[in-house]
Design a protein around this ligand. Structure first.
Ligand code: DON
Length: 303
């Protein structure tokens, strides 16, 4: 498959959307990002690499980090994890408080903010150096020790993250999180602030693509667990747009409000795309379009 040519063609086709949407500004540090950027990179499990345009520019991966924290928690806790967090699509916004209240403090899934805050709490309980371990895991996945948090973004989100603080307080009230609220939130914001390029992200996602049991930095996932992680990405990776992403793209994936999206074509490739302008659901406009065209033109999707 000539992915290089296909991706170049896709970019030409989606250019009319280049000014649609706007970058996230509820995290003040993200409002400073130049919205008119586009990068994409596809890695096949055979090791071929197809970078395109700004594929080496690092951006805030935000909620894409939840794939990494879920992988760590699944490795540490196994099926027991699902006592603390559900695995059903939410159909609500990523930061919904209403659903958490109705469901008595058990988040619907690990990718909505409430669920990821629980993952953060679990990692703090289980690890002596959660931040260091998280960084080491992601760095090992993509073989790049330069990957790091962006403290300006993490601090900026802490200063304005009133809704996440409300979510954490409700989780604490219901006993779903056990550690100090401030520690749990700050670790969550740091994970979200991780900066990676499309090239680094698609490489890191290969671990969840080839369906071979893996061990990275001491964290192990069986083939069966990798299947389950992909299933949660498929059903919950795009919040109240998970159905739309499934319908248009047909791959397991995960988005972030930094404008990045990762997707996996099991046993074939991992792809990352980035463009900061978001739609009303918090997902990258050009990113969604690019992946829709990728699976349509290659006729490679899980459906
Ligand atoms: O907690 C937040 O609101 C952000 N740190 C992450 C949200 C996010 O990326 C949702 N994804 N589309």
């Amino acid at each position: 498959m000539d992915y290089k040519q296909i991706i170049a063609g896709i970019y030409e086709a989606i250019r009319p959307y280049s000014e649609v949407g706007k970058q996230a500004d509820y995290i003040p540090a993200l409002a400073k990002v130049d919205p008119d950027q586009f990068g994409m990179c596809l890695h096949t499990i055979e090791g071929e690499e197809f970078p395109f345009m700004s594929s080496d520019v690092r951006f805030s991966i935000q909620s894409i980090s939840k794939v990494f924290s879920l992988a760590m928690c699944l490795s540490l806790k196994g099926e027991e994890l699902w006592k603390r967090v559900g695995k059903e699509p939410s159909g609500t916004a990523f930061n919904s408080l209403v659903q958490l209240e109705i469901e008595k403090g058990i988040p619907r899934n690990p990718f909505i903010n409430a669920g990821a805050i629980v993952l953060s709490d679990i990692l703090i309980s289980e690890l002596s150096d959660p931040e260091g371990e998280f960084l080491h895991f992601v760095r090992t996945l993509c073989g790049d020790d330069s990957i790091d948090f962006n403290m300006e973004v993490a601090t900026s989100e802490r200063e304005t993250g009133y809704l996440n603080a409300a979510i954490a307080n409700m989780l604490k009230y219901h006993g779903t999180i056990r550690n100090d609220i401030e520690d749990v939130l700050m670790f969550y914001f740091k994970m979200c602030s991780l900066e990676m390029s499309c090239r680094q992200l698609s490489k890191a996602m290969l671990a969840f693509t080839n369906h071979q049991p893996f061990e990275y930095a001491g964290y192990k996932l069986s083939t069966s667990r990798i299947k389950r992680l992909n299933a949660v990405m498929q059903t919950c990776g795009f919040y109240d747009e998970a159905g739309e992403f499934s319908y248009l793209v047909g791959l397991p994936g995960k988005s972030g409000v930094g404008g990045g999206i990762v997707a996996i074509y099991p046993k074939r490739y991992a792809v990352a795309v980035w463009s900061p302008r978001l739609n009303s659901k918090g997902n990258s406009v050009m990113g969604m379009k690019a992946l829709e065209l990728l699976t349509t033109e290659t006729q490679e999707s899980i459906f």
